[in-house]
Ligand binder design. Structure first.
Ligand SMILES: [Zn+2]
Length: 330
């Protein structure tokens, strides 16, 4: 996919634009079309990428300026550019196949959606659904969609534009939305366009949406774990099968550097103190030598194992690295 555009990107909490910087995108996604997969017991997980770019870290995490990023060797290469300190940021879906279930966790930004205040995600025209279909997750294949939360970059492919109408992309799926999350966003002012109207309400109107608790168990192998802070009803997704374990973070952190520095807040964290506490709690719990951490916005290998680092943690991605140092700048 080639996309060229100049404009500005702002990543903000609803109600307040916090960060604005100039953006130039060109020919992104080149070289990252090989899909990464993981096997967790009987579960097969495939990462389908909508876009991956090198971003100024401070666009998402204000403390993550280039100089500060370059001080942390372990992220340089897999998760950040060792030359200029930009961070790898990916928008992708984790697609889980187990038994008869095909589950999509987070649906990225979507095509054709007007996103004022977020040019990087506005009116996209990507081949994401083609890649989803190639991965076995075409529109009629998917049995469930999980949104870790209802931010603009996690609900986009819930719907697609057909005959001028927003319709559920996966008409045979149940769409699982957090009850607490929906209660928050249904009344919150929308600063990125009509996200509720174009990406959530059509699923409700089609009778496909289920409001769920943040600790819902989907089946023997998959359940939700409440990880509020980034948003009020945020949850992560646990996968456990055949004695193996993984967890999909959602946006409790946007970059692995936040395991070493949990107090580095993400700009869009709704409750920053709660998000800091949640990152620490998460790292303490899953620094266990066997739980694979799958990062929803982590670029490159997008995964690793949490290891202790002084009083903190780091994410060990050795053996998983799928490096591409030629990503364009975001
Ligand atoms: Zn996100």
């Amino acid at each position: 996919m080639v996309l060229s555009q100049k404009g500005s990107v702002s990543w903000c909490s609803p109600g307040a634009v916090i960060t604005e910087l100039s953006l130039q995108q060109e020919s992104f996604n080149e070289g990252i079309d090989k899909m990464q997969t993981w096997n967790i017991g009987e579960a097969k997980i495939t990462k389908v990428v909508e876009m991956e770019q090198m971003w100024p870290g401070s666009a998402v995490i204000p403390d993550a300026n280039s100089a500060a990023v370059l001080e942390h060797d372990w992220i340089l290469g897999p998760f950040a550019d060792r030359e200029n300190g930009r961070i790898r940021l990916s928008f992708h879906a984790f697609c889980i196949e187990i038994g008869d279930e095909k589950i999509v966790v987070d649906t990225c930004a979507g095509n054709d959606k007007a996103r004022p205040n977020f040019d990087a995600l506005s009116n996209l025209d990507t081949d994401f659904m083609q890649k989803m279909t190639e991965a076995g997750f075409g529109p009629d294949d998917v049995t469930a969609v999980i949104c870790t939360h209802l931010h603009v970059d996690h609900v986009g492919w819930n719907t697609r534009l057909l005959n001028g109408v927003w319709q559920p992309t996966f008409p045979k799926a149940r769409y699982l939305f957090g009850e607490t999350e929906w209660a928050h966003w249904r009344v919150e002012p929308q600063v990125y366009g009509d996200v509720v109207g174009d990406s959530i309400q059509p699923c409700i109107d089609a009778g496909l949406a289920e409001l769920v608790q943040s600790d819902m168990q989907l089946n023997d192998a998959i359940w939700l774990e409440p990880t509020p802070g980034h948003t009020p009803g945020h949850h992560s997704v646990c996968i456990s099968s055949g004695g193996e374990d993984a967890i999909i973070t959602g946006d409790l952190c946007h970059h692995p550097i936040q395991f070493e520095l949990p107090h580095w807040s993400s700009e869009p964290d709704v409750d920053k103190p709660a998000a800091i506490t949640m990152r620490r709690r998460f790292a303490e719990r899953y620094c266990d030598d066997h739980t694979l951490i799958l990062g929803t916005h982590f670029g490159g290998p997008s995964c690793g194992y949490l290891r202790p680092l002084g009083n903190s943690w780091w994410l060990d991605s050795k053996g998983f690295a799928d490096l591409d140092d030629n990503l364009p700048n975001g």
